[in-house]
Design a protein around this ligand. Sequence first.
Ligand code: ZN
Length: 193
Amino acid sequence: MKQNLFLHLLNAAKDVYSSSQALKEFAPWPTDLSYEDKPVVLVPAVRQIKHWSNAHPLHKAAQQVADFGNWKQSYTENEVGFGFLQDYGYLELYGPDGHFKTNAGRAYLGYWGRGLYYPWHRHEAEEIYAVVSGSGYFESQGQEAALLGSGETRMHSSNQPHALTMTDGPILTFVLWRGKGVEGLPLMGTDSS
Ligand code: ZN
């Protein structure tokens, strides 16, 4: 039952991947994915995710696994504030610590609630965001800011600082990482010291 829900999620994510030239060019889809029974870890945002109706197949698949997710929040209240942690969370769909294990890449589903500001941060790994549902205002150093909606993508190079603001409502994103630092986590701030 739980495994089937995650397989459904993986297939919905693969459909998004397969229909996006930008995602396909960014990284290959791993061929060695194996299901892992990860412990359920819930975050307050699960409640909001389940109540946000949207017809996108990956959105719906994410809602169906929400109660079984190994949800993560790689930031502390000191870094992002109490309110942020009440309406944010991400799942590692595949990767070294994902619901599907692989060392050949890393993919996340990330959710941020209405009105949140995800402050400037950076990481060594290269990254591409694909908006699944909702929208957000993407800012990155050295690049023009843009309000992106479903089907649109945004790439961040290694250690390029970026920020995200939810303007009209929440956002659900599908995110791929590649390259050096793929084992790491985002760090707050724009300096690289
Ligand atoms: Zn990032």
